[in-house]
Write a protein that binds this ligand. Sequence first.
Ligand code: MF3
Ligand code: CO
Length: 280
Amino acid sequence: MIVCKSPAEIDRMRGANEVVAAVLTDLAGAIAPGVTTGELDERAEALIRAAGATPAFKGYHGYPAALCVSINDEVIHGIPSPTRRLAEGDIVSVDVGAVLDGFVGDSAVTFPVGAVPERAAMLMRVTQEALYRAILAVKVGGRVSDIGDAVQRHVEAHGCSVVREFVGHGIGTAMHEEPQVPNYGPPGRGARLTEGMVVAIEPMVNLGRPAVRVLDDGWTAVTRDRSLSAHFEHTVAVAEEGPFVLTARGDERFDEVLASAGLAAPDGVEARWRKRTRLK
Ligand code: MF3
Ligand code: CO
């Protein structure tokens, strides 16, 4: 069952989502060669708790941390560790979830550590562009698979591949609600997108082949061919006037990224995707 949210509930969801966005903005400034993934996790958990929220991932099916931190060929669900240090040239995917006022927010960004190889920069750019193209595909009356189709087309046009084993999801009082949101087409399938649906859209994109496997820790997903992988995620509310990106960060430039993806950003996309409230 898909649980649609009222405008008042979507406004309430902004709390958790803004905490998540603020954590990612903070971590962007903390990521540097030599920093451990455990330090990032501690920092994130402290910020989440200082905001009066709780980490959504910690304890979820026994997951041990507030963050997932996945480096290079790690796709998602990397477990933070006090001995794992970021190195110059790595790419690091950071996934954050928080619960506040009964609702969950979920977002992820892949960051460069210092200067990264051109192919790594390309992979991150294509994955973020794919996420924004997917958000553009969110329209009342459309279908869930229109989102994945937008991801897949962009990713494959750039010679990269879409991970199939993990998908985006509905989100609300639970982190994982219906519907599942795969990152591939064909379009026109699945549930109809309706006013009040809230989905976490999260393309996971590999530089090489799409296949992944899970390490013996039971969590960390890595590419089978050891190629680099990137992950970007936003929690997005579906509304008649277009999508609201609940996890939008202050420094994010939707229009610039869409332009680099070869798309003229629709007029006012910055303001509309960030619109703070629908209530008077
Ligand atoms: N953003 C991820 C997801 O949507 C985070 C889950 S990590 C877990 O599935 F540990 F909580 F499972
Ligand atoms: Co998610």
